[in-house]
Design a protein around this ligand. Structure first.
Ligand code: CA2
Length: 167
């Protein structure tokens, strides 16, 4: 019996293989509380509003965004590992884990993608325990103290780094 011709053309690669990988924007512990408390430190925007603004900004660069928050170190590490193959780059606000987590440091080291570290506040103008970051030495760049604007600048910076990569 004659075989039904396959709709897949062997010469045309599937769309899935050629889809643009997303920017992962990962947020750590307590950042789900944004907009609810301490607006004088972190600004008035909620994390959901920042997510919307970041997604819109990324779209102007032709980039998609996966925006997530977790209060759990292990979940953030799982997402950083996922980002090794599923993202074109990462924007990370690891919250207080920035100052404590060797495991986050190891996961970022293993990433093999550009990563921008972001903080809403300026940790260097705050308590001494916030002055050390485990992320900064393995980040492509660091933006802090500019509140939600920092996330948008991180999108622009990442888009620039990605352009340089493909140039
Ligand atoms: O400034 C930042 O983005 C931080 O990553 C925020 C972390 C802090 O531990 C870092 O030192 C700097 C804390 C996030 C907690 O966010 C809250 C928001 C509203 C109310 C309470 C906490």
């Amino acid at each position: 019996m004659a075989q039904k011709p396959s709709r897949k053309s062997p010469t045309r690669p599937s769309r899935a293989r050629h889809r643009t990988l997303a920017v992962y924007v990962l947020n750590g512990p307590n950042l789900n509380l944004l907009g609810v408390r301490e607006p004088e430190v972190y600004g008035r925007m909620t994390l959901a509003e920042i997510g919307q603004a970041v997604t819109a900004r990324a779209r102007t660069h032709g980039l998609e965004v996966i925006f997530r928050q977790s209060n759990h170190e292990g979940e953030l590490i799982d997402w950083l590992q996922e980002a090794r193959t599923q993202s074109c780059g990462v924007i990370l606000n690891a919250g207080a884990l920035t100052h404590t987590s060797v495991a986050i440091y190891d996961a970022v080291r293993a990433l093999d993608r550009p990563l921008i570290e972001v903080h809403l506040s300026n940790p260097y103008a705050r308590e001494p325990f916030r002055h050390h970051s485990y992320v900064s030495p393995v980040a492509s760049g660091v933006i802090c103290g500019l509140r939600d604007t920092g996330y948008l600048l991180a999108v622009d910076a990442l888009a620039d780094l990605l352009k340089d990569q493909t140039a």
